[in-house]
Design a protein around this ligand. Structure first.
Ligand SMILES: C[S@@+](CC[C@H](N)C(=O)[O-])C[C@H]1O[C@@H](n2cnc3c(N)ncnc32)[C@H](O)[C@@H]1O
Length: 219
């Protein structure tokens, strides 16, 4: 994967949200509802969402009473999140943080109770960058906390379509996606307790995804 692809994708996602405000709608994803259930069992209070976009999930999680830190590298997405948070009276519970997932997370060790990333790990990140990011998630998550992430996988209709950037990354219609194989899910779970890998689909295509739930061991 070339260095330039990351910068191109950043610009792409800035434009995507500028042209299609609130493109994922106002309703939370099923994956976010699942994360909320998992965290409720563990008494989570402060959570981190990576790749939150315009915040359909971050806002709903805040509405459930959680304190939410929402990251994304799209300034336009986060502006829409902030405006919606103000309108819904949630601005004191959800904080947007401009952040590129290829950089270390600006949080202290064991400082959050849960982490959520819906379709972020499968963006234009190399396998090495994904591994580094999951290492960062493990560092900031408290022992016993759960990380819920979703990724498009190699059974998706767009796998292999469009321009190949290597490392199972394909760009189709301007969107670069790293399609996950099951082996990569297993590798990322090393040093974690892998609670569940659940297959589901979302959207009209439909996108074919895995929802992975894994916990930072307490021992
Ligand atoms: C498929 S969208 C999903 C958005 C949101 N999770 C949702 O489901 O509504 C992927 C998101 O990841 C963000 N993104 C892609 N690459 C990123 C990166 N390297 N760092 C931070 N955010 C990134 C995009 O701006 C976009 O908001």
């Amino acid at each position: 994967m070339s260095e330039g692809l990351g910068a191109d994708q950043r610009e792409h996602w800035r434009n995507v949200y500028a042209r299609n405000p609130h493109m994922y709608g106002a309703e939370p994803s099923e994956a976010a509802r699942h994360a909320a259930r998992v965290w409720a069992e563990r008494d989570a209070r402060t959570v981190l969402e990576l790749g939150a976009g315009h915040g359909r999930d971050a806002l709903w999680l805040a509405d459930q009473g959680l304190t939410v830190h929402a990251t994304d590298f799209s300034a336009t997405g986060l502006e829409q999140l902030s405006e919606a948070a103000e309108k819904r009276g949630l601005a004191d519970r959800v904080t947007p943080h401009p952040h590129d997932a290829r950089e270390p997370l600006p949080w202290d060790d064991a400082s959050v109770d849960g982490v959520f990333a819906h379709m972020l790990l499968c963006m234009a990140l190399s396998t090495e960058q994904i591994r580094a990011l999951v290492g960062e998630v493990r560092r900031v998550l408290r022992p016993g906390g759960a990380f819920v992430y979703t990724v498009r996988h190699t059974g998706d209709a767009h796998y292999g379509a469009g321009t190949s950037h290597g490392d199972d990354i394909y760009e189709h219609g301007g969107f670069a996606v790293h399609f996950f194989g099951r082996e990569l899910v297993g590798q990322l779970a090393e040093g974690w307790d892998l609670d569940e890998v659940h297959e589901f689909s979302e959207g009209e295509l439909p996108r074919r995804l895995w929802r992975v739930t894994m916990s930072r061991p307490t021992g």
